[in-house]
Design a protein around this ligand. Structure first.
Ligand code: ADP
Length: 606
C-alpha cells in the first residue's frame, strides 16, 4: 500500500482547518472591533473639537455684538486676538466668516492675507444659508486627512456668521492603524501557534491511526504479533483497543483455520483413497498423493487439466454429467497384461445458495476386488462345466443301456465301465474341490513332523516305479545322506504324487524322468523333469491356476481334473515353500519345489 502524501495527510487538513478558523474569527472580530474603535475615536475627537468651537463661537458672538466707538479696535482686530491663541496641534486653522461671506479673521499667521476676502468654501456658504453646522473629512493637498467644520454663529435666532475649522484628524487614523497593526501581529502569532497546535493535535490523532494502518498491513502479511499503542481512553484509544482485540480474535481464527487446514491436508495426504477437487468449471484445484499415484500423473499436469480429461472419460462424460452422477463410475485402465480398475465417487460442493462451487472425486483401487470377483465367477462356471461334462456323458450311456443295450453282453459291460470311470472322476473332482475349499477356509490344520526327505522321496518314487504302466525309466539324483525337513507327510505325498503322475501322464513311451533333491543354504530344492510334450511358454505359470489345462480334451481323457497343481501350490505355500515350472515345447517339463530347511549336523540325529 502506498504512503499517504503530505497533501492528502490529516496533518495538512488539521492545520488548514485551524488557520481558516482563526482567520475567519480574527476577520470577524477585527472588522467589528476596528469599526467600533474608529467610530469611538472619531466621536471623541470631534466632541473635544466641538466643545472648543462652541466656546470660540461664544467669544466671537460677543465680539460681533459689541457696540463699537471710533477708538475701539475693529471687529477684525478682536477676532484676530481671539483666534491667535486658538492654534493648537490638532486644530490647523480657524476662520471666522461674517454673514456676507467675508472672512473676518483666521488663526493661521501666514494666511492673514485672506482676511477681508469672500470665502469660496461651499460648506461655509451652506451653513450661513441653512444655519446648521456642517462637517466632513477630507484629504488636504498633502494627502493628510482633515476634519472640516462650519459652525454657524447665532444670536437671538439670527445668523451672524460662521466659524470654519480645519482639524488634523490624521492622528486618530494613525492610532487606529497602530491598533490594527497590533491586531494583525496578534493574528499572525495566533496563526503560528495554531499551526503548531494543529500539527501536534493531528499527530496525536494520526499516530494511532498510522499504527493501526501499519498493523493492518502486517496482519495482511500474516503477522499478528504487533500491537497498536493505546495513548488514551478517548474514542481513538477505544478504537485502538478494539483493533487490538480484533487482531487477537483474527489470530485465533487464523490459528484454528490453519489447524483445520493442516488436519485436512494430513488426512488427504495419508488416506489410501485418491481425492481430487475441482473448481466450478471442472478444473482441478487439488489432488492428493494417492490420486497422483493411482492415476500415474505429475501434480503439475493434473492441476492444469479438466477432471474429465485427467480421468480419461471426456468421451463419455461431461463435467455436468459428473455433477449429476449419483452412482459410482468404474474407470477401467486395464491393459492386456495387467488389470487395473478404479472406482470413482463424486460429490458436489455447493454454496448456501445452491450454486455449484466444485466437485470432489474419491478414487478407490478395486482391481483386486474385481479380480477376486472375476475369479469367483470363473470358478463357479468351471465347476459347473466340469460336473456337467461327466454327467452328460453318463446320461447318454445310461439312456442307451435303458433303451435295451443292457441286453447286449458285449456293449453293456463297456458302457457300465464308462459310467463307473466318469463317476470316479466326479468323486475325485468333488474331493479336490472339498480339499481346496478346506484350504481356503483358514482353519486347515497341518500335522508337521521332522522327516528325512531323502527316504521320504525315495519311497514315493519306488511306489511309482512299481505301478507305472508305460515304459519310462526313472533317474534319481538324490543325496546319499539324510536331509531333515519339517513337513506334513500326507500333504507332501499328495503334492509329489500329483507332480510325478503328471510327468508320467505326459511322458512319451520310452522316456525318462529325473528326480533331483538339492540341499541349499536355507531351503531344499526338489525337481521332477520329464521328456514329455512340454508346455507353451506363455502358459507355464498358468498351470497352477484352478481348472487350467493346456489341452483340455487330452487332460480329461487322462482323467485329470485341472485342480491337482492348484492344490499342490496351496500346500507347498502353506509349508512356506514355492512351486514353479520350467518347460520347453516338445522337449520336456521340470517342476521345481522348494521347502524351508535348517541345515543340521548329522551327528545331532545320529
Ligand atoms: P490335470 O488334472 O489336468 O493334470 P493339473 O493341475 O495337475 O491338472 O495340471 C494342469 C495342467 O498342466 C495339465 O492339464 C497339463 O496341461 C499341464 N501339465 C502339468 N504337468 C505337465 C507335464 N509334466 N507336462 C506337460 N503338461 C503338464
Amino acid at each position: 500500500m502506498k504512503k499517504v502524501s503530505f497533501f492528502q495527510s490529516i496533518h495538512l487538513k488539521f492545520v488548514l482547518v485551524y488557520i481558516l478558523l482563526i482567520l475567519i474569527a480574527m476577520q470577524i472580530i477585527g472588522v467589528y472591533f476596528s469599526r467600533q474603535l474608529e467610530i469611538q475615536f472619531k466621536e471623541n475627537f470631534q466632541n473635544s473639537i466641538s466643545d472648543r468651537v462652541n466656546l470660540l463661537s461664544y467669544s466671537i458672538e460677543e465680539a460681533m455684538l459689541k457696540e463699537r466707538d471710533d477708538d475701539d479696535p475693529t471687529l477684525e482686530k478682536d477676532v484676530y486676538d481671539i483666534l491667535r491663541g486658538y492654534s493648537s496641534e490638532d486644530i490647523l486653522e480657524v476662520q471666522v466668516i461674517n454673514i456676507n461671506q467675508r472672512i473676518i479673521g483666521t488663526s493661521k499667521a501666514e494666511n492673514q492675507n485672506i482676511v477681508g476676502q469672500r470665502t469660496t468654501n461651499a460648506q461655509v456658504k451652506r451653513s450661513l444659508v441653512v444655519g446648521i453646522a456642517e462637517n466632513d473629512i477630507f484629504r488636504d493637498d498633502t494627502g493628510r486627512r482633515v476634519w472640516i467644520v462650519a459652525n454657524p454663529i447665532e444670536a437671538k435666532g439670527e445668523i451672524l456668521g460662521t466659524i470654519y475649522l480645519m482639524a488634523d484628524i490624521e492622528s486618530v487614523f494613525n492610532q487606529l492603524q497602530e491598533i490594527n497593526d497590533v491586531f494583525a501581529n496578534g493574528t499572525i502569532i495566533a496563526l503560528t501557534i495554531s499551526v503548531v497546535l494543529g500539527i501536534l493535535l493531528a499527530q496525536a490523532i494520526s499516530r494511532p491511526i498510522s499504527d493501526m494502518r501499519r498493523q493492518a498491513l502486517a496482519m495482511a502479511k500474516g503477522n499478528f504479533s504487533r500491537k497498536v499503542k493505546v495513548y488514551g481512553l478517548d474514542e481513538i484509544g477505544q478504537l485502538a483497543l478494539t483493533f487490538n482485540n480484533l487482531t487477537k480474535r483474527l489470530q485465533e481464527a487464523q490459528a484454528s483455520t490453519e489447524g483445520e487446514r493442516r488436519k485436512l491436508a494430513s488426512v488427504l495426504a495419508y488416506m489410501t483413497d485418491g481425492v481430487i477437487a475441482t473448481d466450478r468449471r471442472g478444473r482441478i484445484i487439488l489432488i492428493n498423493e494417492s490420486a497422483i499415484g493411482l492415476l500415474n500423473v505429475s501434480r503439475e499436469t493434473a492441476l492444469s487439466q479438466q477432471i474429465t480429461t485427467l480421468l480419461g472419460i471426456e468421451d463419455k462424460y461431461t463435467f455436468e454429467d459428473l455433477i449429476n452422477e449419483q452412482e459410482s463410475v468404474i474407470l477401467d485402465y486395464s491393459t492386456t497384461h495387467k488389470p487395473y480398475i478404479l472406482r470413482a465417487n463424486f460429490s458436489v460442493i455447493q454454496k448456501d445458495t445452491g450454486l455449484v462451487n466444485g466437485l470432489i472425486a474419491v478414487l478407490h483401487d478395486i482391481t483386486e476386488q474385481e479380480k477376486i470377483e472375476m475369479e469367483r465367477r470363473e470358478f463357479v462356471a468351471n465347476v459347473s462345466h466340469e460336473l456337467r461334462t461327466p454327467l452328460t456323458s453318463m446320461r447318454s450311456y445310461l439312456e442307451a443301456l435303458s433303451d435295451g443295450a443292457w441286453k447286449d453282453e458285449e456293449i453293456a459291460p463297456r458302457f457300465l465301465e464308462v459310467t463307473q470311470t466318469e463317476t470316479e472322476r466326479m468323486i475325485r473332482l468333488v474331493n479336490d474341490l472339498l480339499q481346496l475349499s478346506k484350504m481356503d477356509s483358514k482353519d486347515y490344520r497341518f500335522s508337521k513332523e521332522i522327516v528325512d526327505f531323502t527316504i521320504f522321496f525315495n519311497r514315493i518314487i519306488d511306489r511309482f516305479d512299481i505301478i507305472k504302466e508305460q515304459h519310462v525309466t526313472f533317474t534319481r539324483e538324490l543325496p546319499s545322506k539324510a536331509v531333515f525337513v519339517e513337513i506334513d507327510e500326507d500333504k507332501m505325498t499328495q503334492v509329489l504324487d500329483n507332480v510325478i503322475s503328471n510327468a508320467l501322464k505326459y511322458s512319451p513311451e520310452g522316456g525318462n524322468i529325473t528326480f533331483r533333491l538339492e540341499e541349499e543354504s536355507d531351503q531344499i530344492k526338489i525337481s521332477v523333469s520329464d521328456q514329455g510334450v512340454g508346455i507353451p511358454k506363455d502358459q507355464v505359470n498358468k498351470i497352477f491356476d484352478r481348472f487350467y489345462r493346456v489341452d483340455k480334451a487330452r487332460s480329461r481323457k487322462l482323467g485329470g481334473t485341472g485342480l491337482g497343481l492348484a492344490i499342490a501350490k496351496e500346500m507347498v505355500e502353506a509349508h512356506g515353500g514355492k512351486i514353479w515350472a520350467e518347460s520347453k515345447d516338445e522337449v520336456g517339463t521340470t517342476i521345481f519345489i522348494t521347502l524351508p530347511y535348517e541345515r543340521t549336523d548329522e551327528d545331532d540325529w545320529a
